[in-house]
Design a protein around this ligand. Structure first.
Ligand code: 5RP
Length: 227
């Protein structure tokens, strides 16, 4: 099955995880795009959903499709957030931030009563770090100093786009750390947070209630605590 087809199936399957109405966190990325499109169809048929976007790209997509949105300032009481991930381990810990949106995504995740993660099978790993580097959003001020401090965790690469440093929606930089397999994602997250200048990491530990995994045999529903 083509990866895009699996992403579409996962995105559309997430609709079944929503209450009949409510406040919905809108993740970021190509899988979430399919979810936002499905949500917009439900809204156009009369469903009363209001979104909280996790990025400017998700905001403009949702807005263009007619999904009503809340403001950025919060506080919100979000019923369910649906978001993608770059890597999922067997404890349903995640690496996120392939789209550079992990800081807003984490804030929205923590404001949500439930978090549903949508992925295709290629995202599953026994341990985080097997397939993906850990994206770290770093404050613009002294970012090279902060990056030097991050080198003790693995090879550090500044994320670039079109030959320029990638800037997040909040005007910061992303450094990707090639850690290799991570024995304890929670510990790594804590020590990364202790580095001055680190705004947020892409490690989401214990933050997924449900993971929907789409593949050739359909959608598997993984529930935290029972995998
Ligand atoms: C953005 C993210 C995305 O959810 C993650 O990168 C997965 O993206 P995609 O669905 O395009 O594979 O964390 O910051």
């Amino acid at each position: 099955m083509a990866q895009d087809d699996a992403k579409k199936i996962a995105g559309e399957a997430a609709l079944a995880e929503l209450p009949s109405e409510g406040i919905i966190g809108l993740g970021t990325g190509s899988t979430t795009r399919f979810f936002i499109e499905a949500l917009a169809r439900a809204v156009s048929e009369g469903a009363k959903y209001v979104g909280v976007p996790t990025s400017e790209s998700s905001r403009s997509l949702a807005r263009s499709l007619g999904i009503p949105l809340l403001g950025d300032e919060g506080p919100w009481v979000i019923d369910v957030t649906v978001d993608g991930a770059d890597e999922v381990d067997r404890d349903l810990h995640l690496i996120k931030g392939g789209g550079g949106a992990q800081t807003r995504e984490k804030i929205v995740n923590f404001a949500s009563k439930r978090n549903v993660i949508i992925v295709d099978e290629s995202k599953l790993s026994a341990q985080l770090g097997e397939q993906w580097a850990v994206p770290v959003e770093v404050l613009h001020f002294a970012h090279a100093q902060t990056a030097a401090q991050l080198k003790r965790f693995g090879g550090v690469a500044m994320r670039m786009r079109n030959g320029e440093p990638w800037k997040t929606d909040s005007g910061n930089f992303i450094y990707d750390i090639a850690t290799g397999p991570i024995a304890s994602p929670r510990e790594l997250d804590a020590v990364l947070h202790a580095v001055p200048g680190v705004v947020e990491t892409g490690l989401f530990c214990g933050r997924s209630d449900i993971v929907l995994v789409a593949g050739a045999s359909g959608v598997r529903r993984l529930v935290r605590g029972s995998v």
